[in-house]
Design a protein. Structure first.
Length: 581
């Protein structure tokens, strides 16, 4: 997987424009068809009730005229709500139109990932980050409506013009980069700000590598082009929110939420001792490879191939090598950090060696740009190590991995002493990619199927607004029962309120309204006065029905509900309460 812009001599040259245009179409078609097939298998499977309550129910409120932050609190910038409100306005109030829209976003992200990879490492190698992304499809709820599922498209669209600018110059590319970052801001404000910092740092480092000073009018103009594109989108957001008297509440909530969320989000990385089995296995395999190269070089390729087969088998075959599987899963939480550390080490090593002859530092510039953009996307979830968050930010990290391998490839060839150094290098570079793909299949694909290889989510969700969506048997029963109780004991004009996060989905699924500013009772950043307003509504019996989980420990809530409501049913651990006469 050699970088087409990096000849084996080590001299870095710009790719000729005519070579860039002579790209085969077949790899692009393979990427698109692969996305259509893989995403097509899952776009209508699974319902994450909490996410429906937090991202889709408020989108319906927006469609009905509510404004985020003025009429209800939301922890992200409102782009995902606006987007899905438009989708439902055009195609109907249901889950299926939203899923189809998300399908289009994910497929577009995959194609842009391929195009960025093609620019960096060539047409056919660019299929590797695509394959890894499809291998790490998503954890449990693949098509959950989360802002990152949409913003990843704009993260990659921001990276693409920055790489084009690195080749061709031209401030229009910087302007487009800034506009794409502004679109990220609409969906995830913290990622938008991080990407803006990454783009600015990329420009400054690029100019330094090209021998220019960091304090000049030219560099200020280049940075200003990125900031101008970003400012256009940010200004539109601010003007719209200010016009609707929501800008101040939005900023205030973000500040309050950030301070409260700092501790809540700290899901620690797995303990380092959990990495011991996989680290020991890698060291043993590596030592065996070195010994094979030293004493039987012709057996190196068969040896590496055998290790790939055995490693993939240990990961994929059920009921085997539990310790190794668990250790590999834990190691995946450290994978992005390893990539960023590897990129930094490679850059420092090259900078220390300096230049020999004519050198434009093109490869180093690419590593800086891709690495900083991937880091900005990853910092959204850091230090979270759970797969729900981690898998969503992996595509640019996979891109960085393939870029680093493409840089190592020509160097590794010079050190292999086998009779076929290029083939030995290829198989040794393929080994970690194959094992990484196998781990993705084990951890993100396998949980979608039962032991008979049938989809777990294969039962129709019994709710009109979920028509066409397939879920597990028990979720189907619970959704049907909860929707039935709510609709039989309330009308469309009635208010309900759910203290349970999962119960919030039934604002949407049952077609009922939430009169409060709260989407989740226990969300970070909620002020006591907003909770007090809900308690006041309970005392006034403003809500027709209340949904409350068994484990709710807030005695103020329990006392108020028990005094003003009576239980009429229970689904799983959520009780349904009707107001007293």
């Amino acid at each position: 997987m050699a970088n087409p812009s990096t000849p084996e001599s080590g001299t870095h040259v710009e790719t000729a424009p005519e070579a860039r245009h002579a790209q085969p179409v077949l790899p692009l078609l393979i990427a698109a068809v692969g996305g259509l097939i893989c995403y097509g298998l899952f776009f209508n499977r699974g319902i994450w009730l909490s996410v429906v309550g937090y991202s889709i129910a408020p989108a319906e409120r927006v469609m009905q005229g509510d404004v985020p932050y003025r009429d209800f609190l939301f922890n992200y910038t409102p782009g995902v709500l606006w987007l899905n409100a438009v989708v439902m306005k055009l195609f109907g109030v249901a889950l299926m139109p939203i899923r189809i829209g998300l399908f289009a976003f994910k497929l577009a992200s995959l194609i842009v990932l391929y195009l960025v990879g093609r620019r960096l490492i060539g047409s056919w190698p660019a299929l590797i980050p695509v394959a890894l992304t499809l291998g790490w499809l998503g954890h449990k709820y693949i098509f959950n409506v989360h802002p990152t599922q949409y913003s990843m498209l704009f993260v990659l669209l921001a990276l693409f013009p920055m790489l084009i600018y690195d080749d061709r110059e031209g401030k229009r590319w910087l302007l487009l980069c800034g506009v794409a970052i502004g679109c990220v801001l609409l969906l995830k404000y913290n990622v938008g700000i991080l990407l803006l910092a990454a783009a600015t740092a990329s420009l400054l480092i690029r100019e330094k590598l090209r021998g220019n000073g960091l304090f000049s009018v030219a560099i200020v103009k280049k940075c200003a082009a990125v900031w101008a594109g970003f400012a256009v989108i940010a200004a539109l957001l601010c003007v719209y929110m200010a016009y609707h008297r929501a800008l101040g509440p939005m900023v205030e909530h973000f500040i309050h939420h950030a301070s409260d969320y700092a501790e809540e989000r700290a899901v620690g990385l797995p303990p380092l001792r959990s990495l011991i089995p996989v680290a020991a296995a890698c060291m043993a395999v590596g030592l065996g490879g070195l010994l094979t190269l030293r004493f039987a070089p012709k057996l190196f390729r068969p040896y590496v191939t055998l290790m790939m087969v055995l490693g993939s088998t240990a990961i994929l075959i059920p009921g085997r090598a539990y310790i190794l599987k668990d250790s590999a899963t834990s190691a995946m939480a450290y994978f992005p950090l390893l990539m960023f550390g590897g990129a930094l080490a490679m850059l420092l090593l090259r900078f220390r060696r300096g230049s020999s002859g004519l050198r434009t530092w093109k490869s180093e510039r690419q590593i800086v740009i891709v690495g900083l953009f991937a880091l900005a996307a990853y910092l959204e979830v850091f230090p979270r190590a759970d797969y729900y968050h981690l898998v969503r930010v992996l595509p640019p990290v996979f891109l960085l991995l393939c870029l680093l391998i493409s840089q190592i490839f020509p160097v590794a060839e010079r050190y292999f002493k086998t009779y076929r150094p290029r083939q030995a290098t290829q198989v040794s570079m393929a080994a970690p990619l194959v094992l990484l793909l196998a781990l993705g299949l084990q951890d993100t694909w396998r949980p979608q199927f039962d032991w008979r290889l049938r989809f777990i989510n294969r039962f129709p969700a019994p709710a009109d607004r979920a028509r066409g969506i397939l879920v597990g048997r028990r979720p189907a029963e619970r959704i049907g029962r909860m929707t039935e109780i709510i609709q039989q004991n309330s009308s469309e004009d009635d208010y309900i309120f759910s203290f349970a996060r999962r119960g919030g989905a039934f604002y949407f699924l049952a077609g009922r309204r939430n009169p409060s500013r709260l989407l989740w009772w226990d969300s970070a950043g909620i002020k006591q006065e907003d909770k007090g307003a809900v308690l006041g509504m309970l005392a006034e019996k403003r809500m027709k029905l209340i949904l409350m989980q068994d484990g709710l420990a807030d005695q103020r809530v329990r006392s108020s509900v028990n005094a003003n409501y009576h239980e009429i049913g229970e689904v799983a651990d959520i009780g349904i309460y009707d107001r007293n006469p």
